[in-house]
Each structure stands twice: as C-alpha cells, then as structure tokens.
Design a binder for this molecule. Structure first.
Ligand SMILES: *Cc1c(COP(=O)(O)O)cnc(C)c1O
Ligand SMILES: [Zn+2]
Length: 563
C-alpha cells in the first residue's frame, strides 16, 4: 500500500497505513485519523520536482493520499487562477485582495478537488459503488468523476437543493434520492442506506482523501502569491526567508467545514516544510440562519451548537451540525491564536453576488457570495487591515441544466416532514422512510467474464441508463455459486474463460431447478464454430460479439429480457 504517508488516529494515537476501503482506525475504530507525510524530506525534494510539473492538483502528489495519479480519470482539476480584485479593493480600500477562482474547476466548484482525489482513491481500491449526502455541489462533482471512473453513485440531496443542481446530478447517471428534510437528516439516511447495502459511504471531513484534497488550495495559493508578489523580503539579511509567500488572511464560506480544515492543514504543512514563514489567519463565514460554528465561537466553545432547522435560502451552507469538524477547526484556531468565525445574512450575500458580478465580472453562487459579504464585514469592522494580503475562496458557480432535458422519474422522494416524526421517534422515522423507497427492487444482473475491463465496461453501460443491482464473477466456479446465492434476473456470460468455460457454466445451471430458467445473454470474443452454435441453441436468449456490441444494442436486449 501507499508508503509515502501514514495515518495517526486522533483518538488513540495508533499509527497505521491507509486503506481507502477501511476508514476506521484498526485499533479503536475511531474515524478521525490524520495523514502524516515525510515533511523533512519533502522540504528538500518538493522545490526540485515542482517546476517541471503542470499546474494542477497532481503537482503535489507526494502530499496526497493516492498512490498513482490516473490521467484517465482527470478532468483538469485544480490550478484555478488567483485573480487580483482591483475594483473590490478600491471599494474597500484594500489593494491586495485576491480571488481564488474555484468556479473554473471541471464542475464549477472547489468540490472538484475532493471528488478528483476521492474517486481516484476509490478506483485504486477497486470500489465500484458509493453513497454520498450532499447540499448539491459535492454530488455534482462526485457524479462527474464517478461517471468517468465507472463508479455507481447514490446521492442523497435535501429538497432545498435547487432543482437545476439536482438535474445536473441526474444527467451524469447518478441516482438522486431527494429528501424532504434537513441536510443532517439526509446524511443520516445516506449512512443507514450505505450500511444496509454494505456500500462505501462518503465521510466528508473524516475521510482522508477528502480532507487532504483541500490542501491543494493552500499549496496553489502560496505558489501563485509568490509569482504575483515575489517572495517575502528577509527582514534580516542573515535569516533566509522562505521561498513561498502566504496571505495574511484566507477567507472562505463554511458549511460542514471540511474545506477550511483541509486548507488550514495545507498551510500548516507548508510551514512545517519551511516553504512559508507563517500561516494565514482564517476568516470563516456562515449564513446567519445556519451558523452553528459562529454560535459556539462567540461563546468560546469547542463544540458546535447544532441548528435543528436551518433558516437560510442558501442550501449549500445548510449543515446544521458540523460535529467534530468544528472542534478540529476550533483547536487549530486556538493554537494559532488567530482567525475569526463570522456570519452574514442571506440579503448581504445576495448583495455581494451583485457587486462581484458588476465590479469584477464574476458570476458566483450564493454560498460563495457569503465569503465576500464576510470580507466586507471584517474590513468594515477593522479586523482586516488595509495593508494586509487577503485571499478569498470563490468556491462555486453552477451552470444549471435546462428543465426539459431529463424527462420524468430521475429522482426518488423521501418525505420526512410528516407529523409522525416526533423528537424521540426520529430514528425509527428515518428507517421507515428509507424502507419506503424500496430501492432493492431493481433488476438483478450477473456479469460473468474473466476480463476485469470487460466487466467494468458492461457495468458502466448498464448503469449509465438504468438502475440495476449488479453482481460480478471472474470465473465459472464463482459464477455458479454467485448465481445460486444471488438469483439474478439475467446473466451476461462470457464463453471463453480458463478452467471452466461458459458452456460448462450453462450446463451446470441447466441442472439446477432454481437457475435453469434464468435468461442468459452470451458474450463472446470470437466467431463460433457450427458445433459451438449448436451447443448454445435453446439455452441462450441472445448472442453478442465482444468489442462491437453497441451500447444501445446491449441495453435494448437487457431491457427486453427483463420485461
Ligand atoms: C461545499 C461548499 C461550501 C462549504 O464548504 P464546507 O467545506 O462544507 O464548509 C461553500 N461554498 C460552496 C460553493 C460549496 O460547494
Ligand atoms: Zn484509534
């Protein structure tokens, strides 16, 4: 496994290697683990290897939890521009405001960093299906990368998420489960669903790939600021200053808090490696109607004060209970003895949307505007001084997909707003709601082929157009066991396999009462001899030539046989 880093459990201190499929500490089961790299060595090697690399997130691969960057999965993530906000600076009397324009990522939000690293990590681990809960942008970004990687995604979205975003998620082939309830409830349902079906669940800030991905923002900002402003001048000629520059302030809007937590870790690592002299103060901005971190911060508490029913129009920022992510952020801010957590109203954010578009030519989503409204507030309050260098994360801009593209039936609905959901009955209410979507009634298809690439291709073709439960086997013996156990409604069978070939599998299934009537589509790589054709006769429903089965042909055949 990856040897370039190790994880340390934050509960028991146990050190262990990272396995993408098993997020928990092997010793105590804790989910909060931190990735630690060889900073002493990287301090020397990084400045040497970086200049030859493209400006994208994989440039920092030695500090990321992926063994081998996979160019086939890339959509050009990272490397977003750092834009000087001249006019905004004039308005606020701050000449050095810079905008990290994360709208320019592949799906137009900074979640592309998370998705790129997470999906690459899952792909390395051979995981083929996953579940996430989202306030919109994570689901969009995961959907794009999962589509490329051939990973089936279930996205649990609250009904507050704008319909345009839900449609975008659906367009990528993700199954949308729309929860009429809060984001925290959607998260619980997603977790329960993943548990019931034994699927990989996205753990947000607790997931090492997710958190680590956010560091790339800090790395890029430091490199970009240095290119724009030059390295910090040594105040004493004898003391060599660090090669890179960090801003005085880093401002970002906050929902769950993974973004800022990862960014803070990034700056800390740069500091540890001696690449920057100091870490920026962070300004974290929430929407006033959902500001659990602000409430706790004002009282000097290290535990968030959950907001049961968020009152904000800005769905992206509607995390009512950030849990331990806040505690981590608080700890880091307390250690640094700097930074601030502030809130702004929805109206202030919408005003910021207008001035950013009209003065800087940037159309941004409301959640990103929250950060700019916060910047205005901090400058007006004198917290940010005119001579300071400020970087604001312009976290997102979503291109809506038009209403009439998808047709009907692309979402499943769970309504949690009914009276029956009383305080103490909540858990049962959630479970009952989940069983009511009867997701397990999807047709079951077995794919039997010894070539993993062929199985992946067929899985993708099927998943791109419908919801199927897919079972895979790589040889005849396993196939028979699997078919007896899982009782698929349809079998896609390769003929040429070592040891036990497809003919033998068919013969074996013929002898068993429970399996003899399951329809079979044979997939073969070669022309069949007349004798072989004769053997197949009467046993199979359809024959497809490998390599030239068109997506539609296979799907039409599958649909016809499942009728
Ligand atoms: C997710 C998101 C946020 C909030 O980030 P967290 O890491 O959840 O705090 C802010 N703005 C946009 C556009 C986002 O997509
Ligand atoms: Zn532990």
């Amino acid at each position: 496994m990856s040897s370039h880093f190790i994880t340390v459990c934050q509960d028991c201190g146990y050190k262990s290697p990272f396995l993408p499929g098993s997020p928990a500490c092997p010793k105590c089961g804790g989910l909060w683990r931190e990735a630690i790299y060889d900073y002493a060595n990287l301090a020397y090697s990084l400045p040497i290897v970086l200049p030859g690399r493209p400006f994208d997130i994989w440039r920092y691969r030695e500090l990321l939890p992926v063994r081998e960057p996979n160019p086939d999965l890339s959509l050009g993530e990272g490397g977003s521009p750092l834009i000087h906000a001249n006019n905004l600076g004039l308005m606020l009397g701050l000449p050095n405001i810079y905008i990290k324009d994360e709208r320019q990522g592949p799906t137009a939000s900074f979640k592309d960093r998370q998705a790129a690293i997470m999906i690459a990590s899952l792909k390395e681990a051979g995981i083929t299906e996953m579940v996430c809960a989202s306030t919109g942008n994570v689901a969009i970004s995961y959907s794009a990368y999962a589509a490329r990687a051939g990973i089936k995604l279930w996205a649990f979205l609250t009904s507050l998420v704008p319909a345009a975003k839900m449609r975008e998620v659906a367009l990528y082939g993700t199954q949308v489960v729309k929860i009429t309830g809060t984001y925290d409830e959607a998260k619980k349902l997603a977790a329960e669903f993943a548990k019931q079906r034994n699927l990989f669940l996205d753990l947000g800030a607790r997931s090492i790939p997710c958190l680590e991905s956010m560091k790339t923002i800090s790395f890029e900002v430091a490199e970009q600021l240095t290119a724009l402003l030059g390295a910090v001048q040594p105040y004493d000629q004898k003391i060599k200053s660090s090669p890179w520059r960090s801003p005085d302030w880093y401002i970002q809007s906050v929902s769950g808090g993974m973004g800022p937590l990862g960014v803070m870790k990034g700056f800390k690592e740069l500091h540890l490696m001696g690449l920057i002299d100091s870490e920026p103060k962070v300004g974290l901005i929430q929407s006033e109607g959902c500001a659990p971190m602000v409430h706790a911060w004002r009282q000097g508490k290290d535990t968030a004060i959950p907001v049961k029913s968020p009152h904000t129009l800005i769905a992206t920022l509607a995390t009512g209970d950030p849990g331990r992510t806040y505690t981590q952020i608080y700890k880091k801010m307390a250690e640094a003895q700097s930074g601030i957590i502030e809130s702004v109203t929805d109206e202030e954010a919408f005003r910021a949307m207008h001035f950013l578009a009209k003065m800087e030519g940037l159309s941004i989503e409301p959640a990103a505007a929250v950060a700019f409204a916060g910047l205005v507030k901090l400058v007006r309050a004198g917290k940010i001084r005119p001579d300071e260098v400020v970087v604001v994360n312009c976290s997102g801009h979503t291109m809506p997909i038009e209403r009439n593209i998808l047709g009907e039936g692309w979402e499943r609905n769970i309504n949690l707003s009914s009276e029956s959901l009383t305080e103490d009955g909540q858990e049962e209410g959630l479970l009952a709601a989940l069983s009511s979507v009867s997701i397990d009634r999807f047709p079951r298809i077995a794919i039997v082929d010894d070539e993993p690439n062929v199985r992946t291709l067929i899985r993708r073709i099927l998943q791109s157009q419908g919801n199927y439960q897919i079972f895979e086997a790589s040889n005849g013996k396993n196939a028979i066991e699997m078919i007896i156990r899982d009782r698929p409604n349809l079998i896609l069978l390769d003929l040429m396999m070592p040891d036990m070939d497809g003919f033998q599998v068919m013969d074996a299934l013929q002898l068993i009462k429970e399996t003899q009537d399951i329809p079979i589509i044979v997939i073969t790589a070669k022309e069949l001899t007349p004798a072989e054709n004769k053997r197949l006769k009467g046993h199979i429903q359809s024959l497809m030539q490998k390599g030239d089965f068109m997506n539609d042909d296979l799907l039409d055949e599958v649909r016809a046989l499942l009728k």
